[in-house]
Write a protein that binds this ligand. Structure first.
Ligand code: GDP
Ligand code: CA
Length: 311
């Protein structure tokens, strides 16, 4: 079965690992490039790298991002030289950023680079970019500043209140043929329990991607990043509340109303089921906290059964 997953970083990678655990799945993951930025002259693509490192079994499992067995000597040198080093980049990780930057400078397509990197790391699923163009999240804070995603997320630890989210370069971005083909050819489309506003939105917003999703006749199943009204991690709850949206599984259901047929929510949110059903995607209760590899594989199997098992 061809499964196409829309995914951000950590939440996306967990879902990707779960789906990749099943031999009857041919998985394509469309990742998020809107967190990309330049550091020390190098192009860094955090969400794509989290997918690659996770699917390669190289991820630092304790923190959920970055490479296992990592060192920070290159950063120490940069620090000594007076560079800003709030963005934690490890020594092993630097190697990938050097390679990516070198190839981008040579004019190689970012999609080709991501594919070759994944292949070199032994990743089986296809890691696809929604666009080869530069699209970047910009967050306007209540004190009137526009921050890049990493400035907000890493440098300022999500402390500022958000007033507005924008994606620079979005209007002019073109979708990659690989992403469009994966969407059109999918037997199932899954929206990972990623941040709806800064991980999934910048994928859906690439001109042509939303249309391709609406035109695809595969079942579309989303998984909630909220459990018992709370996020597992990260700023999605505060961002949704700041934008006047409900910060819970119902808020997620409303976001994906026009897109998803079903929304998998946690048993702890079963009380929201009737309201979710009334608003759009049919709710399905499950245990959606993915701590272990077994949790990830089990949730993925339940999603596959929802889509394919004869009722
Ligand atoms: P990021 O790019 O690293 O911020 O990661 P994503 O956008 O892909 O995922 C962030 C979201 O994943 C957060 O809103 C979390 O609530 C959610 N998340 C993390 N772990 C889990 C999990 O085990 N289960 C579910 N349902 N959501 C999770
Ligand atoms: Ca991210």
């Amino acid at each position: 079965r061809k499964v196409c997953l829309l995914a951000g970083g950590v939440g996306g990678a967990k879902m990707a690992e779960g789906l990749a655990a099943h031999d009857d799945v041919a998985l394509s993951v469309i990742g998020n490039v809107a967190d990309d930025d330049s550091f020390h002259g190098l192009w860094v693509s955090p969400d794509i790298d989290t997918l690659t490192y996770s699917l390669a079994g190289r991820i630092d499992r304790a923190q959920g991002w970055g490479v296992a067995d990592e060192g920070h000597r290159a950063l120490e040198t940069l620090d000594l030289l007076g560079a800003e080093t709030w963005m934690s980049l490890g020594d092993r990780d630097f190697g990938l950023h050097i390679h990516r930057t070198m190839r981008r400078g040579r004019g190689d397509r970012p999609s080709d680079i991501a594919r070759d990197v994944a292949r070199a790391f032994g990743v089986k699923p296809a890691i696809l970019l929604p666009t080869d163009d530069v699209v970047q999240t910009r967050l306007r804070t209540t004190d009137g500043r526009w921050l890049s995603f990493q400035e907000y997320f890493v440098r300022e630890r999500c402390a500022p209140e958000i007033r507005e989210i924008a994606f620079s370069g979005m209007d002019m971005a073109r979708p990659t043929p690989e992403a469009l083909t994966a969407i059109a050819g999918a037997d199932l489309i899954v929206i990972a329990p990623s941040n709806p506003l800064v991980s999934i939105a910048p994928i859906l917003g690439i001109p042509g991607i939303g249309e391709a999703l609406r035109a695809a006749d595969a079942p579309k199943i989303a998984v909630s990043p909220f459990i018992a009204g709370k996020v597992v991690k990260g700023p999605a709850d505060r961002m949704m509340a700041a934008l006047g949206l409900r910060a819970d599984a119902l808020g997620v259901a409303r976001r994906y109303r026009a897109l998803a047929d079903r929304l998998v929510i946690d048993h702890a949110d079963a009380a929201l089921g009737a309201e979710i059903a009334a608003e759009g995607p049919a709710p399905q209760c499950s245990d959606i906290l993915m701590k272990t590899q077994a949790d990830k594989a089990r949730l993925a199997r339940e999603i596959l059964d929802l889509a394919f098992a004869p009722v």
